[in-house]
Write a protein that binds this ligand. Sequence first.
Ligand code: HEM
Length: 304
Amino acid sequence: MALTDEQVARLTDERFAHTRPDLAGVPDVPREQLPPGLRWPAFFQTAGLLRFRHRFVPYLHRRFGDVFTVRMIPGGRPLVLFTRPEHTREIFAGDPEVFHAGKGNAILGPIMGEHSLLLQDSAEHKRARKLLMPAFNGAALRSYQSLVTELAGAEVATWRDGTTFRSLDRMNALTLEVILRVVFGVTDERRLAELRPRVNRTVNISPAILLGWGWPRLQRIRPWKGQVDNQRELDRLMYAEIAERREAPDLAERTDVLSQLIRMQEDGDALSDAELRDQLVTLLLAGHETTATALALGAVRDRP
Ligand code: HEM
């Protein structure tokens, strides 16, 4: 049965009641056992990382070397940054029962939800991976090829000789279009038009909003209130799409990710509406800005 608007709003509010990071789970590691770092108050270090990362991180790198600690609000939690590719490789290839990526991504919880692949570890992560993987196998990816070619062609056709634009803006618009179509399939243009600004606003989350998450009461005032309202609206659209798709007469033939996930049954296991919502938001967000940034960087590097 489809959720009512009030039930959806309650789900959004529950997520946003927990924007403050759970400090109870943070081990109290003595300063001497951590890599070096500044002695500035955590507020300034957090602001430096969120707002001036392009200058702040190189400054810390020059001052402290390849591995250093930044203190984050609330509570001055230590965040250790690594700058060498071999360290990254070691962490990513490390034992997943030790390197809990899901816990490390907890800040994404209010947006992506507790079921998100990016927030889960261990057995839960394995289960979600097993359910999601078939939607991204070789055959599934090849089926998206012509759609991507068509959308890229349509985007480039709007570019005019002699005009200047930011490549990142155009790549973001293109990859958002691709991911919306790949995830939802060709849905009605009205729903896509409603989704685009909601997804954009979710992604363009400002450092001020993130900093304010440590104090959930701020959500009663702007700009934090506007961000929660945007999430409520995004959730309403997502749950409406999920409910409609479950009933779609052509569900069996559809090749988009949402339809594939609804059809998926692994040993009688299937994704609930809340799980579907969390994985879809994850794919929409993880799948578009990352790719847009890589494409925009490529465009700069390849410039004659
Ligand atoms: C150049 C483009 C991309 C880059 C640089 C990138 C980068 C990353 C990184 C670094 C992670 C690991 C995060 C962590 O474990 O904390 C990750 C995970 C993930 N990415 Fe991407 N990504 C890109 C494109 C995409 C696309 C196109 C999609 C979806 C269509 C996507 C979906 C995901 C998902 C679902 C995860 C979580 C996987 C898991 O935990 O099992 N990414 N990505």
